[in-house]
Design a protein around this ligand. Structure first.
Ligand SMILES: Cc1ncc(COP(=O)(O)O)c(C=O)c1O
Length: 445
């Protein structure tokens, strides 16, 4: 085959019609397709060979860099050895190994891991754990959940119900009953251009006390928040806010769930948001970085108290009637073990912390560029918020996205906010390339 023929085959697009794409404007995409056919390290490549610097780590997931050789090798070996083992009443060694590795890096006291296949499943699992926990303890009235405005907890019915993003909720009826929401913490008047945690806003946690008292503590099961809200635009918790939530939950016997699907695995410059902010939840949901995005997997980490509460009744009885065919899938387990090894061997959580200031300097240098109304950052998470075009919300950020893509950089938009969450292997030069691509795109608006 000549080089030309090979290139032609690679660049010929398949028919795009049949695939109903998630969270995508299908018609626009199919008219203007952007495909990735290969990836390595910090880069993705289009079918016609264009190189793109990935400022988002896939979708906040490929934290060890794309196609890390050690993770790829572990997946290959596993695929040749054991494709699947029954997940209920049977097990395989890899998943026990992964549970052990996971609790080793988790905050003290979160010593049990329940495996799922995604962040959405982790969230719904954690909500069910909370309900069942109270019921086993004889507190069956505790059925209400409290989420937060602008929270994203995936797209299962539970996650959408506790989530706080209107477009994700409006088409889907009544969802879970008995859910209330805390106010979000985003406030540009007080906190614009904060580096790290904003100083203003810890008092917003006190609204939790009011909501719990409104419903009476005896009816409230759990509060769920992301330590840093990711999908609704990268909203940092004000200093002291998460600690205050913890105190109020403790006072009223309400469980605290941290959704760490985005914050987990080094993203905040520590193993989890809980560790970075020094607040330990009762349940912690994870996914994404657990396998560096290579094989779908999530996990819920539970406190000893919660696990032990379930471990009652006849020894052979099922304690928690919940689980997925692919809970702890061998390929995901192998990918997860290799990923956690890579994070440790390459010191990637520490690296994220050590790059935090460089990343912050780069992003904050965009202050003063056209239409930039806020920049915020922590660890290797950042956001640049733009003034929307009047009457055309999201269009300005989408236009920056397109310009950056054409300039060889992948950024992510949510509303009129540009979100950044690069692989933890990013270096200074690559941070500069991202920042300069965004600057150039902003100047073209
Ligand atoms: C905080 C949070 N929770 C849950 C989810 C859902 O994860 P998944 O898309 O794997 O179901 C996400 C996805 O972005 C997330 O950011």
């Amino acid at each position: 085959m000549t080089d030309n023929t090979a290139r032609k085959i690679e660049t010929a697009l398949p028919d795009l019609e049949a695939y109903w794409m998630p969270y995508t404007g299908n018609r626009y995409f199919k008219e203007n397709p952007r495909l990735i056919s290969r990836a390595e390290g910090m880069h993705c490549y289009t079918p016609d060979g264009r190189e793109l610097l990935d400022a988002v780590a896939g979708l906040w997931c490929c934290s060890a860099g794309h196609c890390h050789p050690k993770i790829v090798e572990a997946i290959k070996q596993q695929a040749e050895t054991l494709d699947y083992a029954m997940a209920f009443q049977l097990g395989h060694p890899g998943i026990f190994e992964l549970a052990n590795k996971l609790i080793e890096i988790a905050p003290d006291g979160l010593d049990y891991a329940f495996f799922t296949n995604s962040g959405s499943e982790s969230v719904d699992t954690s909500l069910k754990m909370a309900l069942a926990y109270h019921r086993i303890r004889g507190d069956a009235g505790r059925t209400r959940f409290i989420g937060r405005e602008r929270g994203y907890h995936g797209c299962g019915f539970g996650g959408v119900s506790v989530g706080g993003i209107s477009p994700n909720r409006k088409m889907f009826g009544a969802m879970l009953p008995g859910v209330d929401h805390l106010p979000h913490t985003h406030n540009l008047e007080h906190n614009a251009f904060s580096r790290g945690l904003p100083k203003w806003g810890a008092h917003l946690a006190d609204e939790l006390e009011n909501i719990i008292m409104l419903h009476d503590p005896s009816n409230v099961a759990a509060v769920i928040v992301e330590p840093i809200a990711g999908s609704a635009g990268v909203l940092m918790p004000p200093e002291g806010y998460l600690k205050r939530l913890r105190e109020i939950c403790d006072k009223h016997g309400v469980l605290l769930i941290f959704d760490e699907v985005i914050c987990g695995f080094g993203r905040t410059g520590d193993s989890f948001g809980a560790s970075r902010f020094n607040v330990t939840p009762d349940l912690m949901t994870t996914a994404k970085g657990l396998t560096s995005g290579t094989v779908p997997m999530g996990a819920v980490l539970a406190s000893n108290e919660i696990y032990n509460t379930f471990m009652t009744g006849p020894e052979s009885a099922i304690e928690f009637a919940h689980g997925y065919t692919y809970s702890g899938h061998p390929l995901a387990a192998a990918a997860g073990c290799a990923t956690l090894d890579v994070y440790q061997e390459e010191g990637l959580f520490e690296r994220a912390r050590s790059m935090e200031d460089v990343f912050a300097d780069g992003l904050h240098s965009l202050k003063g560029e056209p239409n930039v109304i806020d920049v915020r950052n922590l660890g290797l998470i950042g956001a640049v918020e733009l003034e929307p075009i009047e009457g055309q919300p999201t269009e300005r950020a989408m236009s920056v996205f397109r310009e950056c893509f054409d300039a060889g950089v992948i950024v992510r938009t949510t509303g009129d906010i540009l979100a950044f969450s690069p692989p933890l292997i990013i270096d200074e030069k690559q941070i500069e390339i991202i920042v300069e691509a965004v600057r150039a795109a902003l100047r073209k608006q």
